[in-house]
Design a protein around this ligand. Structure first.
Ligand SMILES: Nc1ncnc2c1ncn2[C@@H]1O[C@H](COP(=O)(O)OP(=O)(O)O)[C@@H](O)[C@H]1O
Ligand SMILES: [Mg+2]
Length: 288
C-alpha cells in the first residue's frame, strides 16, 4: 500500500516542485489533493465508484510514478478496466480526484489502446489515416504531422502496406495500427487494456518489443491491464496488485530487470521471484 500517501499531512520537502505544490502549504491548502510526492505523475485521491449499488471503489488512493510502466493485475471483475477508464477520463466517477502533475485528464495528452481493436480502428479509413487521425487535434503544421508519423513508423519498423483498410489487415496488424494511433500524439500517459489478449504469440512478441522501445525512449507513464501474469511482470517497472471489490491496492511490487525485456527475461531468478510473489498475493486475494 502507498502508506506515504494516506490521509496524513505530507512532508513538504518531498513534494514535487510544481506551481500547485509551491503555491500553498498542506495545512493551509483545503485542496490537499493537489499535493503529491516527487516523481509522481498521476495522483488519485478518495476515488469512489458504484455500479447499481455495488461499491467498486471506495476512498481509493493511488500514486502512479512518472515515466514508468505499471501493470495492473487482480481478480476477474475487480475493476481493472473501470480504473483505467476513470483515470483516462473515459468513465465518470462518483467522487474523488484524479490529477496528472496537478492537471486534469483534459489538460493531459492521453493515449488509449483498447482490447477490442476491431471496434477501435476506423473501418472507413486506411491504416495510415487511422494512425494520423488524432494529430488533427494538436494544431501542428503538416510538416510536423508528417514527421511524427515518420518517426513512429521507423520506431515500429512497420512492414505492412499502410494504404490498406482495416478489413484487409490481420488482427495483430489492426492492433499495431491502434497502438501507433495512440502513440502518435506523443502521449504523456498511455493506457492499454489487455491489448494483446486476442493476438497470436508471434505478433504479441513483436508488439511488446516495439511498444517497450517507444515507451522507454519517450518515458511515457503507462498503465497496462493484463490478465497474463507473465506479461504483466515482463513489461512492468511496477506490478500493482488489486484486491477483490471493494477494490484496494493489495500490494505494489517493483521489477527492475534491464530492458528490453524478452521471453528470456521470464527465465531469470529476479523474474521468477517477482512472479511468485505476485501469484501468492493474487491467490490470497481470490480466496478471501
Ligand atoms: N457499465 C457498467 N454497469 C454496471 N456494472 C459494471 C459496468 N462496468 C463494469 N461493471 C462491473 O464492475 C465490475 C468491474 O468491472 P471491470 O472493471 O470491467 O473489471 P475487470 O476489468 O477487472 O475484469 C464488474 O463486476 C462489472 O460487472
Ligand atoms: Mg477488464
Amino acid at each position: 500500500m502507498n502508506e506515504v500517501l494516506a490521509r496524513v499531512p505530507i512532508d513538504p520537502s518531498t513534494m514535487a516542485e510544481t506551481p500547485a505544490a509551491l503555491d500553498a502549504s498542506p495545512e493551509s491548502d483545503p485542496d490537499r489533493l493537489r499535493w503529491f510526492p516527487k516523481g509522481t505523475h498521476i495522483t488519485i485521491r478518495g476515488l469512489t465508484k458504484t455500479f447499481d449499488d455495488v461499491v467498486l471503489y471506495k476512498d481509493f488512493d493511488l500514486d502512479i510514478p512518472k515515466g514508468k510502466v505499471v501493470s495492473v493485475f487482480g481478480p476477474n471483475g475487480c475493476g481493472k478496466s473501470t480504473l483505467i477508464n476513470m483515470i483516462s477520463g473515459i468513465l465518470e466517477f462518483d467522487s474523488g480526484q484524479i490529477l496528472f502533475d496537478g492537471k486534469t485528464a483534459r489538460e493531459t495528452r492521453i493515449g488509449y489502446v483498447f482490447q477490442n481493436y476491431r471496434e477501435a480502428v476506423f473501418p472507413w479509413s486506411r491504416a495510415i489515416d487511422n494512425i494520423r487521425y488524432p494529430l488533427q487535434f494538436l494544431g501542428l503544421s503538416k510538416a510536423e504531422r508528417d514527421a511524427r508519423v515518420e518517426e513512429l513508423l521507423t520506431s515500429f519498423d512497420v512492414k505492412i502496406d499502410l494504404n490498406r483498410y482495416p478489413y484487409e489487415l490481420s488482427g495483430g496488424q489492426q492492433q499495431l495500427v491502434s497502438i501507433m494511433r495512440a502513440l502518435v500524439v506523443d502521449p504523456e500517459v498511455l493506457f492499454l487494456d489487455e491489448p494483446f489478449s486476442a493476438l497470436d504469440y508471434e505478433m504479441t512478441l513483436f508488439l511488446r518489443d516495439r511498444l517497450q522501445k517507444v515507451l522507454t525512449e519517450r518515458e511515457v507513464t503507462t498503465l497496462l491491464v493484463s490478465h497474463d501474469l507473465d506479461e504483466a511482470v515482463t513489461l512492468a517497472d511496477e506490478i500493482l496488485l488489486l484486491t477483490k471489490k471493494p477494490t484496494q491496492v493489495a500490494e505494489r511490487l517493483q521489477f527492475n530487470a534491464s530492458r528490453p525485456r524478452t521471453p528470456e527475461t521470464t527465465l531469470t531468478d529476479e523474474f521468477i521471484a517477482v512472479k511468485s510473489r505476485s501469484l501468492e498475493i493474487f491467490q490470497r486475494e481470490v480466496r478471501k
